[in-house]
Design a protein around this ligand. Structure first.
Ligand code: GLA
Length: 362
């Protein structure tokens, strides 16, 4: 039996730049102080056992499972497909026993899935740069059937305390953007649960691909390119991506100038664009954004992540929002280090297979 590896990966809240990653555009997400820990002890077994209290039965997979989307697609429960894909990519030498704990809400749009996968990659023995880890996670998610972008694992692995991570998805270059000390990030849950598997996420990806056949990658297109798209639905999808990338640039500049009212106005514009042009909002998300924006001291708010449910993020003066008064789960989140900036913990002794709070998904 080898030494147990215990790896924690944070979730993320995307301050601005949604549905831009798979379009080679820009985004500014933040790693947060909620996250997922995977503790894994290699054993002589040829099987990987993982335990979760969210599910009555743990999962048990052979270490040499083929990396075949058809085989993976038949595994139940669905999160075992993610685990199987990561095992197939990391090729751990032996099986072992693992335990997962999380402080993230599952399926709420705070990257519970990417946090789990980044932590799992490290716990199974993968190491590397944030880009390398993020590519691994993106590949595993794609093999398991969800064609996600690279934003979530990149910030879960590469975020830095006190900063947002400005990402250019065309190059995967990143820049740490300081979040001013005199603001708070408040995240509130619309209560509408979703898993990307069960939303039109993949059809938005396909629509953007169809628009990009006309314009080239939407993240590098401009308004004139958008005007040349004849199909009205594709034109609106493209307009969102082009305008969103511009807003990301302006938010990064306004944060550097400590111009918080401008940041707030851009967050609100982003929400409007996601709701009307990209059509990924819900009445609950719209109501929560309106509610937050009506509070004195809130600079702006928007849905964050894929949409179709999940959370909104607000930028506020410290203490402006009474979390208990929102009538829904809400958090003040602290910009935190990603996994690659944390000490990897190696602990002796095997996990007892009797986990506490555990979860993956979303
Ligand atoms: C989900 C995906 C990301 C990204 C966002 C939307 O979180 O996992 O890759 O596409 O939606 O910005």
């Amino acid at each position: 039996m080898g030494l147990a590896r215990r790896i924690t990966a944070p979730g993320r809240v995307n301050l601005i730049g949604d549905h831009t990653d798979y379009n080679l555009g820009l985004a500014l997400p933040v790693a947060i102080d909620l996250g997922t820990t995977v503790e894994f002890t290699p054993t002589d077994s040829s099987r990987v056992n993982l335990y979760s209290t969210l599910y009555p039965v743990g999962i048990n997979l052979p270490v040499d499972l083929p990396l075949d989307p058809v085989v993976l697609g038949q595994l139940e429960p669905p999160w075992s497909r993610l685990v199987a894909a990561m095992i197939g990519l990391v090729h751990p030498e032996t099986g072992g026993i693992g335990r997962i704990e999380t402080t993230l809400p599952i399926g709420a749009g705070l990257s519970s899935s990417a946090a789990f996968m980044v932590a799992l990659a490290g716990a199974l023995g993968a190491s590397g740069t944030p880009r390398g880890i993020a590519r691994l996670v993106q590949q595993a998610e794609t093999f398991s059937g969800v064609p996600v972008g690279i934003m979530d694992p990149l910030v879960c692995a590469g975020g830095r305390a006190g900063h947002g991570l400005l990402i250019d998805f065309a190059t995967l270059d990143t820049e740490d953007v300081p979040i001013p000390a005199d603001v708070e990030l408040v995240v509130a849950d619309s209560g509408v649960r979703r898993s990307l598997r069960a939303t039109p996420y993949a059809s938005r990806v396909a629509e953007c691909e169809a628009a990009a056949v006309i314009t080239g990658p939407l993240g590098q297109a401009d308004e004139a390119d958008v005007a040349g798209i004849r199909d009205p639905d594709l034109r609106r999808r493209a307009r969102h991506v082009v305008s969103e990338c511009d807003r990301v640039r302006r938010v990064a500049a306004a944060l550097a100038d400590d111009d918080l009212p401008t940041v707030g106005a851009l967050l609100v514009e982003s929400h409007r664009s996601l709701a009307t042009d990209f059509e990924v909002s819900t009445p609950e998300l719209d109501a929560l954004v309106a509610r937050l924006c009506s509070i004195d001291g809130v600079y702006g708010a928007r849905l964050t992540g894929a949409g179709f449910g999940g959370c909104v993020v607000a930028l506020t003066r410290p203490g402006a929002v009474d979390l208990d008064g929102l009538g829904t789960r809400a958090w003040r989140l602290v910009p935190s280090d990603g996994t690659c900036a944390r000490e990897e913990a190696t602990v002796s002794g095997a996990p007892d297979g009797n986990p506490e709070a555990v979860g993956v998904g979303g």
